[in-house]
Design a protein around this ligand. Structure first.
Ligand SMILES: N[C@@H](CCC(=O)N[C@@H](CS)C(=O)NCC(=O)O)C(=O)O
Length: 201
């Protein structure tokens, strides 16, 4: 949604009760995993958030939101696009499950260990953002959108205090963007209009 706002693209937003797997079974016909987000665009169905951002920016570009293959930091761009979901969000989802959702199952300690794992994996971004405004290419790109997500999620699930000042300031700079504010406002407005509450975490 943030990427669509950066690109000023129109899209329809359908909010789903969480988790859709149980509460919106029709959605399984679009995404058999039941996970959100999902993008449907002219018969194309995508279920990976970072790939969706890359698809929108490349298909509906050209835009400076992507780094081209002939730019010096193309490799960094791809690396951080994937780093966000594959390395940072992954341990957080285990923490959410064991610590926040299924505490009663006695796996809380494992959940806490995955929180530590997440914090340890922030080292690479920390080092890089100590001396840069954006994660790569000296400009705002969808790699920053991708990297903002695990940091924002950390704040929402009670791990915000474990983010260093470098990373909190970076997230603050990104959240200050008008497109981010528009996307957040749209999420809230659509949730109210469609009568679908946002998850509390
Ligand atoms: N790698 C996927 C993860 C998608 C995902 O797991 N989404 C979570 C919410 S952030 C979900 O829909 N969970 C519901 C479920 O597991 O039933 C992405 O980046 O979009």
């Amino acid at each position: 949604l943030w990427t669509t706002e950066e690109l000023e693209l129109d899209c329809e937003v359908v909010m789903l009760p969480f988790p859709p797997r149980y509460l919106a079974k029709d959605f399984l016909l679009i995404n058999p995993l039941g996970t959100v987000p999902a993008l449907v665009d002219n018969g194309v169905v995508m279920t990976e958030s970072v790939a969706i951002a890359q698809y929108l920016a490349t298909r509906y570009g050209p835009t400076q939101l992507v780094v081209a293959a002939d730019e010096p930091e193309y490799g960094d761009f791809l690396d951080f696009l994937h780093h966000s979901e594959a390395t940072l969000t992954f341990p957080q989802t285990v923490y959410i499950r064991f610590h926040l959702l299924e505490k009663a199952k006695g796996l809380d300690e494992a959940g806490q260990l995955y929180a530590d794992w997440f914090v340890a994996r922030l080292a690479r971004a920390e080092l890089r953002l100590g001396e840069r405004e954006f994660i790569c290419a000296n400009r705002f790109t969808i790699a920053d959108i991708a990297m903002a997500y695990p940091l924002l999620l950390a704040q929402r699930i009670g791990l915000g205090e474990r983010l260093s000042p470098v990373l909190s300031d970076y997230l603050g700079r990104l959240m200050d963007r008008e497109a981010f504010k528009r996307a957040s406002a749209r999420e809230v407005a659509e949730s109210e209009r469609q009568g679908v509450p946002l998850p509390t975490w």
